[in-house]
Ligand binder design. Structure first.
Ligand SMILES: [Zn+2]
Length: 275
């Protein structure tokens, strides 16, 4: 592979120049630095490697490499409009809008949809490529044992179930949130997003809708599934509750211009803290 060539050059360099060792230090250092630069991943690839540590194992020549040696194209280099980003994203497009942590969305309503761009082939690979495959990967977790005490089904892959347990246990310490985290709207449900032919993230068991009666959804407010019909941002979910989810790897649908404030989705690649 190409990336091994500089290393080979460096070995030859050492063999041929061992007599002049003391005068060649600087050249050796610059060679080593160039190898490290060659091997450095794009920032968003590093986010994938950190967010899916046992699943995405490497990146070579614009291809993501999975644990089983399957490879997926990372960046198709196509320029896409808002609708094409939703309907035909590559893996790189999932990072098109940056998700910002601990943001005060009530004071500054979102102007984009960070995390709403999803490459379903990627999530099929991670969590299961059919209803049956996903179901085989599910486990049961008790949601907020003290405040709610309800069994939910979540995915065991990539630490998702563990993340649900952590969020649940932390929320359980906040009785002031009981009305928000009870009467939950849904977790695992293999289905398309309403008004589209795109698979919902609820299909993978990595998503929870909290109390619907405390939530706002752009499609209900605008009485339309037309993306262009989105109206003024609305939210009544406390941001402190949102920040607990974010701390454990979940993004929030209230961070989207096309808001869905009941919706929390396990997306560790978008929460990973890399500058
Ligand atoms: Zn949802």
């Amino acid at each position: 592979m190409n990336r091994f060539i500089p290393l080979l050059v460096l070995c030859n360099f050492f063999v041929s120049s061992c007599q002049q060792e003391s005068t060649l230090d600087n050249r050796v250092v610059s060679k080593v630095e160039s190898i490290q630069l060659d091997q450095k991943y794009p920032t968003n690839v590093t986010r994938l490697l950190k967010g899916y540590p046992d699943i995405v194992v490497d990146y070579v020549d614009n291809y993501i490499i999975f644990w089983d040696s399957t490879i997926f194209l990372y960046n198709d280099s196509m320029i896409k409009n808002e609708s094409e980003l939703l309907s035909n994203p590559d893996i790189e497009d999932m990072f098109h809008y940056q998700y910002t942590l601990n943001k005060d969305h009530d004071s500054l309503p979102p102007s984009s949809d960070p995390g709403r761009i999803r490459n379903n082939e990627f999530f099929n690979k991670v969590y299961g490529a059919s209803k049956k495959e996903v179901e085989d990967n599910l486990t049961e977790v008790i949601w907020c044992p003290t405040l709610v005490n309800k069994l939910i089904r979540v995915n065991t892959k990539n630490g998702a179930a563990e993340a649900f347990v952590k969020v649940s246990n932390e929320l359980d310490q906040h009785p002031e949130f009981a009305n928000y985290v009870s009467s939950i709207g849904g977790t695992f449900n293999y289905r398309n997003i309403k008004g589209t032919n795109r698979l919902s993230m609820h299909s993978y068991g990595v998503t929870i809708d909290i109390n619907v009666s405390k939530s706002n959804y752009w499609q209900w407010d605008s009485r339309s599934t037309d993306e262009k019909m989105v109206g003024k941002y609305k939210n009544s979910i406390p941001l402190e509750l949102v920040h607990i989810f974010e701390k454990h790897g979940f993004i929030w649908g209230g961070a989207w211009r096309h808001y869905d404030t009941m919706h929390f989705e396990y997306r560790p690649e978008l929460i990973t803290n890399i500058k």
